[in-house]
Design a protein around this ligand. Structure first.
Ligand code: PRP
Ligand code: URA
Length: 209
């Protein structure tokens, strides 16, 4: 079973409060989502292996460490996942970015695919699927499924806020995938929204419904 890591760093918890606040406008919301995503990238990459290298400092030779040639792929689930890309890229600038376009049908709550563009060397990459909200889990389960169909072998899922229902759905469909979240909230309401959550992440990021 994949692990669930709730990243309870004070900076993340503080910023999440303002992300959740209904009085926070789109500009500040976008900035905060970017900042929290950057902080989450720090934790998500904690298990990247290091290798020794030799350099010269101005004072003399030094044996130091660099990340051991990891090829990373970020995969935002469109559209709200886009809000997390730049923050993650600040810490993982060499990552390639693939896109999976899914929207949740408001009646059935089932994900509908409308776009998919991924790095060609998917099987060699450590993939980080990003989406602010893990609600029923339908979108994340489908996106991870697309990646696996195309040969992906190493996948992590990163979200700002998860519902217990979404975590269970991902764990049962994809037990090999670790989930990183800023918070795990109480439950879903009748419309499939996370309670208390933050509302509709895509609408708040982009100001459109
Ligand atoms: C939101 C969110 C997730 C999905 C989560 O996207 O960004 O992708 O819902 O819900 P689920 O876990 O029940 O599938 P939405 O479908 O609203 O599309 P958008 O990003 O274009 O706004
Ligand atoms: N998608 C969102 O944007 N918010 C939720 O609470 C659930 C799904």
């Amino acid at each position: 079973m994949g692990k669930v890591v709730v990243i309870d760093h004070p900076l993340i918890q503080h910023k999440l409060t303002y992300i959740r606040d209904e009085n926070t406008g789109s500009k500040e919301f976008r900035e905060l989502v970017e900042e929290v995503s950057m902080l989450m990238a720090y934790e998500v990459t904690r298990d990247f292996p290091l290798q020794e290298t030799e350099i010269n400092t101005p004072v003399g030779p030094a044996k130091t460490k660099v990340i051991a040639g990891r090829k990373v792929g970020l995969v935002p689930i469109l559209r709200a996942g886009l809000g997390m890309v730049n923050g993650m890229l600040k810490l993982i600038p060499a990552a390639k970015v693939g896109h999976v376009g899914l929207y949740r049908d408001p009646e059935t709550l089932k994900p509908v695919e409308y776009y998919c563009k991924l790095p060609t060397d998917l099987p060699e990459r450590d993939l980080i699927v990003i989406d602010p909200m893990l609600a029923t889990g339908g979108s994340a389960v489908a996106a991870i499924g697309f990646l696996k169909e195309r040969g992906a072998k190493s996948i992590k899922l990163v979200c700002l806020i998860a519902a217990p229902e979404g975590i269970s759905a991902v764990q049962s469909a994809h037990p090999d995938v670790d989930i990183f979240a800023g918070a795990v909230d109480s439950h879903l309401n009748d419309h499939g929204y996370i309670v208390p959550g933050l509302g509709d992440a895509g609408d708040r990021l982009f100001g459109t419904k």
